[in-house]
Design a protein around this ligand. Structure first.
Ligand SMILES: O=C[C@H](O)COP(=O)(O)O
Length: 339
């Protein structure tokens, strides 16, 4: 990873490295704005340039040793620890919540000086929200609910809106909505905008992550346009994927969405969060995403209120890498179960 982290004086521990380089910053919530169809029509995505730039990212020089451990701890704090399976049970969700509270073995965290580290959130289906809220009581870890007919978003519109309210009532502080892909594919920006507005309103104080399902949007230009429309409609985050599409988070899609976020902030002054989700399972990939974020948006985005990984198995690999950093040994992946 090519960042300026290695150019600074080496802090003594991973904890000091993390806190010295990644300041705590907050931001005003994006209120949305009137739909600007001229801006949407003008949005471009130079696919070959984006793909060329994305291809260079994984091969870049990686941060090492305590700097790598610090960035990995930062990555843990940015994970929406997720289970979205048809066979989810209350027991599995309770185990996942215990993992969110204590994401890395206590002896490793003590050696890293990172006691108290937790994941950013736990993400579940509506039926599991109450269980997760109870299991996370007192931890400060929010529960995110996938909603609006996740993953396809094709249930009756009234029910999709009602589902948001139900999850908020059950205690979800974050709602991951799925957009209607057909509005993007048919260029019905007005309808996409209206739905986003209504979903944001239904969520009230709960923050809304708009899942674009980019693997089903056809082109990067559509991804750029849909990103803008969702931000205009008041999305707090834009998120790549449900994890159920055949193509989920990718670096070209991430570059496109991140640049839309940058443009939106430049024009409106409001920061919108970014959540790549689906298929991110290796610590190395997490570092690439963090480097991309830092390069394109800067350090303010490397906080849980502006960036999350949607991931079910990434934490296990990060824990393995941290164990290796502390002990010099790797353990088998099955020693790091999630739920
Ligand atoms: O939003 C989160 C995704 O569903 C998780 O996907 P994953 O299981 O590929 O990590």
């Amino acid at each position: 990873m090519q960042t300026d982290t290695t150019a600074t004086t080496a802090p003594a521990t991973a904890a000091t490295a993390a806190s010295a380089q990644l300041p705590q910053l907050s931001h005003a919530r994006n209120p949305g704005m009137a739909l600007d169809l001229d801006w949407v029509a003008a949005a471009q995505a130079n696919t070959s340039a984006i793909e060329r730039r994305a291809a260079t990212l994984p091969g870049r020089r990686s941060v090492k040793k305590e700097f790598q451990a610090a960035w990995l701890c930062k990555a843990v704090s940015l994970i929406d620890l997720t289970t979205l399976s048809g066979d989810d049970t209350e027991g599995r969700v309770r185990r996942l919540c215990a993992k969110a509270r204590q994401p890395v073995r206590p002896d490793l965290l003590a050696a890293l000086g990172m006691e108290g580290l937790t994941t950013g959130a736990v993400c579940v289906y509506h039926e599991m929200v109450e269980t997760a809220v109870k299991a996370l009581e007192g931890s400060g870890i929010p529960v995110a609910a996938v909603s609006t007919g996740f993953p396809a978003g094709l249930s009756p519109y009234k029910l999709r809106i009602a589902e948001i309210g139900e999850s908020v009532k059950a205690g979800a502080k974050e709602i991951d909505i799925v957009i209607s892909r057909r509005h993007v594919l048919t260029g019905n920006w007005q309808r996409l905008y209206d739905e986003m507005r209504e979903m944001r309103e239904a969520a009230g104080e709960a923050h809304v992550k708009a899942i674009l399902a980019t693997g089903e949007l056809g082109t990067l230009r559509n991804v750029a346009r849909a990103s803008l429309v969702c931000m205009m409609g008041g999305a707090d985050f834009i998120k790549t994927s449900t994890g159920k599409e055949s193509v989920n988070a990718t670096l070209p899609v991430s570059l496109t969405m991140i640049r839309a976020i940058r443009e939106y902030e430049a024009r409106t002054g409001y920061k919108v969060g970014y959540k790549p989700a689906g298929g991110i399972s290796k610590a190395k990939d997490a570092l690439t995403y963090l480097a991309l974020l830092k390069d394109e948006l800067g350090l303010p985005w490397l906080q849980p209120d502006l960036f999350r990984f949607g991931a079910s198995s990434l934490l296990g690999d990060i824990e393995r890498q941290l164990e290796h950093f502390v002990t010099g040994r790797y353990s088998a992946a099955n020693r790091h179960p999630m739920g």
